[in-house]
Ligand binder design. Sequence first.
Ligand SMILES: Cc1cc2nc3c(=O)[nH]c(=O)nc-3n(C[C@H](O)[C@H](O)[C@H](O)COP(=O)(O)OP(=O)(O)OC[C@H]3O[C@@H](n4cnc5c(N)ncnc54)[C@H](O)[C@@H]3O)c2cc1C
Ligand SMILES: NC(=O)c1ccc[n+]([C@@H]2O[C@H](COP(=O)([O-])OP(=O)(O)OC[C@H]3O[C@@H](n4cnc5c(N)ncnc54)[C@H](O)[C@@H]3O)[C@@H](O)[C@H]2O)c1
Length: 474
Amino acid sequence: MSQHEQQPLDFDVVVVGAGPVGENVADRAHKAGLTVAIVEKHLVGGECSFYACSPSKALLRPIHATRASQRVQGSEGARLDPQGVLARRDAWINRLDDSGQVGWLDHVGITLLRGEGVLTGPRALEVDGRPVTARHAVVLATGTTPTVPPVPGLREAKPWTNREATTSRRIPDRLAVLGGGVVACELAQVYAALGSTVTVVEQAPGLLGRNEEFAGTAVKEALERDGVDVRVGTAAESVSRLGPTGEVTVHLEGGGTVVADELLVAVGRTPATKGLGVESVSGRLTDAGYVSVNARMEVEGVEGDRPWLYAVGDVNGIALLTHMGKYQARACGDLVGARAAGREPDADRTTPWADDLGAPQVVFTDPEVAAAGLTEAEAREHGLRIRVVDLPMDSAAGSGLQAEGYQGQARIVVDEDAGVLVGATFVGQDVAELVHAATVAIVGKVPLATLWHAVPSYPTMSEIWLRLLEEYGL
Ligand SMILES: Cc1cc2nc3c(=O)[nH]c(=O)nc-3n(C[C@H](O)[C@H](O)[C@H](O)COP(=O)(O)OP(=O)(O)OC[C@H]3O[C@@H](n4cnc5c(N)ncnc54)[C@H](O)[C@@H]3O)c2cc1C
Ligand SMILES: NC(=O)c1ccc[n+]([C@@H]2O[C@H](COP(=O)([O-])OP(=O)(O)OC[C@H]3O[C@@H](n4cnc5c(N)ncnc54)[C@H](O)[C@@H]3O)[C@@H](O)[C@H]2O)c1
């Protein structure tokens, strides 16, 4: 390389990782008037756009729409077209072409540096060996990769991860799924609907262990109705595959086997911090390898006269959800912008404090699971004096209009001392859009006595809010 090429490229801010979170923080910092570079080693748009949120939801939606039409008397009922479903997915991921996202970066004036970013010192990085410096801040947004647990024979069996499962053009005759969390449940339902014989192996006693137990039970029953063999409370002891592409056998603890054509590993995520150089600037990692940050997303342990290293999104491990990562990114981008301008930033705007209240999340299975705040168990662990109110979703007239024989369940968790909601979970068809009302009530700490005056329209499914408050005693 010539002398000229070795000159460091210099920017106000350098963001490492161009997933949805990195893109967002870069955008905010750029809008604050700073020069910004974003470093990406694979696709601009990240895991979410190409291998996670977008393709999985593109695959699930036609399944939901078909079923919804089949549940309404008088509707002739749509028919699922597997090839059409895959084509829709292909369109959503633009056939793994990120030119749209790259065009956006060009349009707004953010510089894209293709390559792997590694921290080398205070405000200094290398991108595939090329030196890059940041005058004000470096923001890490490198996300996660799928965890492949150390089960003998598993790695050698070349299992699918979310990447293969969300991009495959082939529907395996038999699919085994290791894990029973969100990724496993959503993708098991997709492949069962597209024609695979699916077996789920989850080591915990139930599915969706981070949610209220009734949510995991409802999804398990629904998967079983779809023909999925759901085995809970059992772990894989070893895995073997016949030849490079032959059938794969999962040997279960305590005997029993699952034989399939492909095996999807969906047992959680591993932070993308290996080789990132966080320790080289005294930055701290958690035991699980996530970047340890304080409430303002500043990396803990980093020395210097003023903060310069931040970590947002999946890589800090606070909430592995796109919307929560982007929330952190907005706060962080604004904080970096204000500090670069020598202004004391607004603490409320630039601290993503709602992280502590429990992130809203929708599991896009049929039935959907939409939850915000704390589960009953989490609220008790927090030492809160709570009251739990449960109702079937068809307590609201709108549910019966949505689908004949509507099945579902709703729960609110009330902090009795504060008189506010701290958690809510809805399970059923089309409940996803109900959760934002819960988020507003929880984050806004709206007193139940005030919530009573927020009247839901008749006859919508939102009337479940009224029924829950009545059941509470209002
Ligand atoms: C199957 C699946 C479905 C999901 N569905 C949803 C959903 O419906 N809703 C939701 O909220 N969340 C969902 N998630 C979670 C969501 O995908 C993540 O929370 C989100 O992608 C995190 O965004 P991020 O920008 O932090 O990281 P990522 O999207 O992982 O992006 C990180 C980027 O950094 C790049 N990178 C890593 N290291 C380096 C380096 N050293 N140098 C340069 N570049 C680097 C990577 O190539 C990648 O492009 C899903 C996850 C999975 C697996
Ligand atoms: N709709 C959404 O919002 C959405 C969709 C998919 C993923 N995500 C996010 O992505 C993250 C990762 O999802 P995930 O499903 O991979 O992880 P997860 O942590 O949600 O679930 C992993 C599951 O695998 C089980 N498990 C662990 N080791 C096992 C083993 N050896 N054998 C059998 N089971 C085992 C765990 O008990 C757990 O139930 C989640 O935190 C979630 O927030 C969100």
